[in-house]
Design a protein around this ligand. Sequence first.
Ligand code: CU
Length: 128
Amino acid sequence: MKKLLVAIFAVVLGFSGAFAAEALAKKGMAGPLEVEYSSEKPLSQGMNMINIKVKENGKEIQNAKVSVTASMPAMPGMPAMEQTSEAMFVNGSYMAHVVFSMNGTWQINIVIETSDGKKQRLKSSVNL
Ligand SMILES: [Cu+2]
């Protein structure tokens, strides 16, 4: 019975996931740094909070300067858009407020400046 309930629950979760937009949860490398970036809610037009964790060789780095740039190239009737936000280190992760002014595909550029002054970059994109 327990197994059946778990199976039903999994199916329902999977089913709702097919319709609801999912929250951001991605990983990537910025040079030698492992970067995890996520959002609690699905990304949407307007203000979004993006959480970023940075590790080097599995060890968390908490004293870096982290910024997130969201950009979209020009499209018919819309000039190119770009906005950078500096992340703050809060409750164990870097938090950036990122504004997406329209739906569509946004290029994401996460720049991490470590305490030795080196800058590492992770390029990605998100859809909303
Ligand atoms: Cu656009």
